[in-house]
Design a protein around this ligand. Structure first.
Ligand code: GLU
Length: 543
């Protein structure tokens, strides 16, 4: 068959050759070893937390090699597109300090010499590439009525893989003659373009994924769709065209793309283009309802939405450090050894990413966040809480603004010391956590069996109470009252014969704490008392 003639028959409107585009975009002028990475979300809803996780891998890989990290908007699926999702994605990436250096920038003008960075504006380029493959006999028109979407392909492949791992998937239309094709075109039949696969799945080849390492991969034998009948390319062709022309050096993408890798590589070979480096990141999972593992789901898990962490008031550094920890598990040790360095100093590496899917663990996130917040000054905490409250709790924001000095004192308890208290992990918990400092004590953790001793102690201790000037004097005062009432002031004596006493000094302090805060645990009691002041303390001692 005269493939050139066929290409012109199928694409009479495409006047630019694929070589035109290959030559149009110049090689990037970057230092040796510089890597070019990209984040390429589809604007189909909120930004998935996994996209920030992937963007961190892109960001570090580019930054550590003096390369470029850019953003492309993969908006070829207009049916699933959600208004403003692209802008939100860009803004969210910037909020989490993985702002792309080049490319698509939401409401702002794109920057960079390799645009357009929005796929829907690149249709002519994809067509030129598809036409080229037809012209060299490596792609053909398919007139089968149901043109497949990317999702169709994934679903069909998954289904077929379940039945057999040796799928023969040569499309029926690959054997049409020129005359048959011509008559279909004349009849106005819509067509897709498919790759004419030459692969043999009995054969394998070696490929090194930068995360998975060296693997044997079966050759592709699927005539994958390159252009749908509406002229729009699915991911396979679009990513090849864009990553090639935009000068990507490493495609860092989710593991869900790994099964399509053989087809993608065959496509590069068919074009005679150099294959790119790939790194397939494991996908963030959680325990499912039946004790198994499943991917974080946009439908089921609120924490799949990156904005969730903003509504809860997690400082952004907490989420960032948590995600870095999921990517490179030695981050935790590095952080312990370098408590004061910014996380950007950490030596991130793709090769340190494990192959198991990491589990999203709130306890771990909260621990990391407690450490992050414990290092903040009282002013930083105040500003963090206020910024959060202005958006999510206006009444509390008003209180914070009207009582700024007082609140800063509260936030300074057990803070700005060599061993600060690690307790708060998100701003939305602060109002409740310090409720006893912001209003009256509304609940108590006092236990039933302690009630009589509690009353007796607080009546005695709270009588004409005046807070001593130093912590030492204060503590001596507690000891004195406790000892008069039959509490042990010597811990050794108490340990040897606990039943001889009503309790020890710790118990006495617990009663004071309960009276003032309603809780058994709180930050430093003397500091709390200093901030509350004598009038408020005496009010709370009235029982
Ligand atoms: N648009 C694709 C996605 O959102 C991008 C995959 C890739 O990074 O190559 O899954």
């Amino acid at each position: 068959m005269d493939y050139k003639k066929l290409a012109d028959l199928l694409f009479p409107e495409v006047d630019k050759d694929f070589n035109y585009y290959i030559n149009k975009y110049k090689k990037r002028n970057l230092p040796a070893g510089a890597e070019v990475t990209r984040i390429a979300p589809s604007p189909t809803g909120f930004l998935h937390v996994g996209t920030i996780y992937g963007a961190l891998a892109d960001y570090f890989t580019a930054k550590n090699s003096n390369g470029v990290f850019y953003m492309r908007l993969e908006d070829t699926d207009s049916k699933r597109e959600v208004a403003n999702a692209g802008e939100i994605a860009y803004d969210m990436l910037c909020y989490y300090d993985v702002c792309p250096m080049e490319g698509y920038r939401g409401n702002k003008a794109q920057i960079g010499d390799y645009g357009d960075y929005i796929q829907s504006k690149r249709m002519n380029i994809y067509k030129a590439f598809a036409k080229h493959l037809v012209s060299i006999g490596r792609a053909f028109p398919c007139f089968c009525s149901k043109s497949e979407t990317k999702q169709d392909i994934i679903d069909r492949r998954n289904e077929q893989l379940e039945n057999s791992d040796d799928i023969e998937e040569k499309d029926v239309c690959r054997n049409l003659t020129y005359e048959q094709i011509e008559s279909n075109i004349k009849a106005g039949k819509p067509f897709a373009i498919r790759l004419l696969s030459l692969g043999n799945p009995d054969k394998t080849f070696e490929f090194t994924d930068l995360i998975k390492g060296k693997r044997q991969i079966r050759e592709n034998n699927k005539d994958i769709v390159l252009l749908k009948s509406n002229g729009i390319p699915p991911y396979s062709l679009a990513h090849l065209v864009d990553d090639t022309l935009m000068g990507t050096t490493i495609v860092i993408r989710g593991e869900e793309w790994y099964p399509s890798l053989a087809a993608h590589l065959e496509l590069f070979d068919a074009f005679g283009l150099p294959r790119l480096k790939y790194a397939h990141t494991p996908v963030i999972c959680k325990n499912d309802e039946n004790g198994g593992k499943r991917k974080l789901s946009k439908r089921k898990d609120p924490e799949a939405d990156a904005r969730y962490f903003i509504t809860k008031g997690y400082p952004k550094t907490s989420l960032i450090e948590y995600l870095i920890n999921l990517l490179n598990s030695d981050f935790e040790l590095w952080r312990a050894n370098n408590p004061d360095l910014p996380y950007t100093e950490f030596k991130f590496s793709l090769s340190k990413i494990g192959s198991n899917n990491p589990m999203f663990d709130f306890n771990k996130l909260n621990d990391i966040s407690k450490t992050v917040i414990s290092k903040m000054t009282a002013k930083e905490v105040y500003n963090g809480v206020l910024t959060w409250a202005k958006e999510f709790s206006p009444k509390f924001a008003k209180f914070l603004e009207e009582n700024r000095n007082y609140c800063e004192k509260v936030f300074n308890i057990d803070r700005e010391t060599p061993k600060p208290r690690k307790d708060i992990y998100c701003w939305s918990m602060v109002e409740e956590y310090y409720s006893y400092m912001f209003g009256l004590v509304t609940s108590t953790e006092l236990e039933k069996q302690d009630e009589a001793n509690y009353k007796e102690f607080i009546l005695a201790y709270g009588k004409n109470f005046k807070l001593p000037k130093t912590k030492e004097e204060w503590f001596n005062g507690v000891k004195q009252v406790a000892s008069t009432l039959g509490y042990a002031t010597d811990n050794k004596a108490y340990k040897e014969n606990p039943t001889a006493f009503k309790g020890n000094v710790a118990k006495a302090c617990e009663f004071i704490r309960l009276a003032l805060t309603g809780r058994k645990n709180s930050p430093d009691l003397y500091e709390i008392m200093t901030i509350l002041g004598n009038d408020e303390i005496n009010k709370r001692f009235k029982i």
